[in-house]
Design a binder for this molecule. Sequence first.
Ligand code: PGA
Length: 248
Amino acid sequence: MRSLIVANWKMHKTIGESVAFAESLKTIHRDPHECDIVIAPPFTSLRPVADAVAGSSIGVAAQNLHHHADGAYTGEISARMLVDAGCQYVIIGHSERRIYFGENDQLINQKIKMAIQSGLVPIFCIGETLPEREQEKTYEVVEKQLKEGLNNFGADDIGRLVIAYEPVWAIGTGRTATPEQAEDVHIHIRQVMLAKFGDMTASQIRIIYGGSVNAENIDKLRERKAINGVLVGGASLKVESFSKIAGY
Ligand code: PGA
């Protein structure tokens, strides 16, 4: 399975800063690269970044989308607009969306449905909080997020889905899950997917890890077979650190 490395820039970078990064990454990127590389800039930079990486295999992701096709939803962005802006992927259900914007599993389910219908690959984020981990509820929490987030989907719908396991306590805290902790949950997620969708589909899904990934801890994470890539926040903002993580 090809691994996937995603740069999640969150609410950082102007258009000029985004394009400068993308152009500089493109100069060191050679196809075929050993893994798939995707940049998730803020909405305003989607089209400029898509243009800057055109002609390379570097992909573009949005960080969110609205669950309706169009309509009177001031301030929102539709899947069709994202496709039009050059996206192939979209991050859905990030813990910051869940915590600060009240997104729940039912809404996330509708967003994943909209992404799939529109031809976007959803990067579906799940993960437990620190109290949940301390109460040994990690498996229970991720199972619920998977079941509700993927409710009413069949194996045919989710062939290209990416699942990002991001323990909330490891995001932006500098406190990364150990490779063992991450691998353990990844194996569990794979089992849940196998039970729900069967071998053929569940074995193709990439399960990536996110939470304080950086140039120092990437090698240890990469050694784990159950970890099919990473979703990188803080360390994706500089070309130097991101390019090390991306294996250049
Ligand atoms: P971080 O963010 O790498 O800064 O912890 C990861 C994420 O939120 O996707």
